[in-house]
Write a protein that binds this ligand. Sequence first.
Ligand code: PMP
Length: 413
Amino acid sequence: MIEQGTSQQRGNNLDPWYHHYAQRTSGLAASEVRALFAVASRPEVVSLAGGMPFVSALPQDLVSGAMERVMREQGAVALQYGSGQGVPALREQILEVMALEGISGSADDVIVTTGSQHALELFSKLFIDPGDVVLAEGPSYVTAMVIFKSYQAEVDHVPSDEHGLIPEALREHIARLKSAGRRVKFLYTVPTFHNPAGVTLTWERRLEILEIARQNDILVLEDNPYGLLYFDQKPPAAMRSVEKDGVVYLGTFSKTLAPGFRVGWALAPHAIREKLILANEAAVLSPSSFSQLVISEYLKDADWRGQIDTFRGVYRERKEAMISALEEHLPELSWTNPNGGFYVWVTLPPHLDSKAMLPRAVTELVAYTPGTAFFADGSGAQNIRLSFCYPTPENIRVGVRRLANVIGGEQDL
Ligand code: PMP
């Protein structure tokens, strides 16, 4: 008989299998704000919390046309298992997408994954032993940290400012960790239109950080879902464009096409690529043949570059709506003003706590993500992340006005 543990052993936890879970799953607890987000999905709430792309800006007939052609011409292949590395034709097309950000490489070194999220998972499985340290910007992408922690890594946040990760701070952190005998495996970075900070690493800093990583034998995991969604100036080229051996690059179709396909990719140095393919096969046998072939057909046939321009226009308008609403309603606060991507990072007055304030915000029919979600050590209480990707410009203005009421109310308390 399976021992399920008495209720006393389980403490207050009602799950009878509580004691059977692997230790590494302890970080997989639902976040405290999750329940609130369920409330926040009610239609009367303006949600500035999620990071959902505005897929309605994609003409659906382009996708259904591609689907029909795939089923007509390659139906049996689309419905079958495929290569663990991904469809060769799509991997060639991914090279064209990456070329827009200055990257050149071979389709042999591209691995298609189930969204870049799965590439983060596979990479972590390959590289993290319990107790390893992963360096990341402070703040950092929340769901990458969940993965790192599930492999029992410690996330060490390196401070960043409006120009991205600070090289000098990176040097100091590495020196401190090394002298404490810690194993630093890799630097996880979102250099362009950072989630959640909205900032972009300058070209000079990219070069300096690559040099620091080289000197210290640290791999760089460059995660770049937003690079093509710039508003005015093109951002600096990807870090992978100058460093092939020390960078594993992650891309995705989630923001430039649609996340429902769940298709992303990794571009990795040869040996790492082999391991990633084996890990991909072990995890999913092969990424979805159907999704890959539909995307490949779409890229072949549609004006996908023009469609990315359309997305850029949509998000530019929404970002401008958010910044002008912040200027109008919350002029006493400071925030980042991104040149692309989905997010604005707002700094609150020191006496406010973004997590504590959230229930009141939801009562006032506006939701945001508290800054604490983006730090492994629970700091960030003075920040909030506002997403402008999904709500209409009008709703963004309403949402920021409501937020200003909430903040004003907190100050009066
Ligand atoms: N990295 C970052 C920084 C992200 O913001 C996201 C999506 N929010 C992902 C990775 C995962 O994207 P996907 O799995 O849809 O490619």
